[in-house]
Design a protein around this ligand. Structure first.
Ligand code: FE2
Ligand code: FE2
Length: 312
């Protein structure tokens, strides 16, 4: 992804009328975000490199003792369901596979980069992370039911789908909170309130961040279009998966996304569910169980924020 590509996105977002993003130098801030740990960047690179192998991944993870310990804790949780303990990273890669391990590393690192704050009210970062986790588990469950081979990528797309809200909350706090208030009082979708107040919404900002991190298009496009399924053809199914999982996380009251609009499902997502003959209600038990079992993602993210060098 060249810098000029990001520049073009910036130009598109900044040239909009009434955009406050320019004044706040939001994009400058994104470019100067705390960088991802070196190991995570390396792992993300393997997502774009078809020649990367399981042993490359295993070597990268094992080079960071703290991360390796966290990964082993998570792979031994009930969510991944192996009867015998997995004690080494190379064993974990063999048993769980390359994609699952990669999801775990990126998931731990990203939730550690923007840890939840404890403040409550109609929006808190902590509740948003729980909503993101619910969406991640939902997207993976749904992708499997459909028979897609990329259910791990869908987990990450779900985990990151609202990451733009965290950026907005961090860098244009007052305006973002006004948008949440607006969604709450007017019962309108949050992304529309953001669009009205900020001139851009969390899907666009999230895509910008995903591109900045050089994540694969399937992730950045799912993030970009999860509220506007009608505007993408090529990525409509992945956007519909994330959209439906977002809907289920809200319906099941897993966390809080700051969106207070009535629960409706986009017609494109409804027709996807119809096409695959899926009743989303059939997924709810699996999602609730999955969220309970993999909350460790969020807990470990926060640990790494407190002390990045902790070896747990
Ligand atoms: Fe969203
Ligand atoms: Fe969401």
């Amino acid at each position: 992804m060249s810098m000029s590509y990001l520049k073009r996105i910036e130009k598109g977002l900044l040239s909009r009328k009434k955009s406050v993003l320019e004044d706040k130098a939001l994009f400058h801030s994104i470019r100067n975000l705390p960088t991802l740990p070196f190991v995570t960047t390396k792992v993300m690179e393997t997502m774009n490199n078809p020649r990367s192998s399981a042993s490359d991944l295993s070597k990268i993870i094992s080079s960071d003792e703290s991360l390796a310990a966290k990964v082993l804790r998570l792979v031994n949780s009930a969510y991944y369901g192996f009867p015998k303990p997995i004690t080494t990273i190379s064993h974990a890669v063999t048993i769980l596979g390359f994609n699952t391990l990669r999801t775990i590393v990126v998931g731990i690192s990203v939730s550690g980069l923007f840890p939840g704050k404890s403040e409550e009210g109609i929006f808190s970062r902590k509740s948003l992370w729980l909503h993101n986790l619910g969406t991640a588990v939902g997207a993976k469950t749904l992708a499997r039911k459909i028979g897609r081979p990329d259910s791990e990528e869908m987990f990450l797309a779900g985990l990151l789908h609202d990451v733009g809200k965290i950026i907005l909350e961090e860098y244009v706090h007052e305006e973002f909170m006004n948008a949440v208030e607006n969604s709450h009082s007017q019962k309108i979708p949050l992304f529309m309130a953001e669009q009205k107040i900020l001139g851009a919404h969390h899907g666009e900002v999230g895509k910008y961040l995903a591109d900045h991190w050089k994540l694969p298009a399937i992730l950045s496009e799912a993030i970009r279009w999860h509220h506007e399924l009608e505007n993408t053809k090529e990525f409509q199914e992945v956007a519909a998966i994330v959209h439906t999982a977002n809907h289920l996380a809200r319906t099941l009251k897993i966390g809080n996304s700051g969106d207070f609009s009535p629960l409706t499902i986009h017609p494109a997502a409804a027709s996807m569910l119809h096409h695959y003959n899926i009743n989303p209600e059939d997924l709810t038990d699996e999602i609730k169980w999955g969220v309970k079992e993999c909350k460790a993602f969020l807990e470990m993210g926060q640990e790494s924020e407190k002390d990045p060098k902790t070896t747990s």
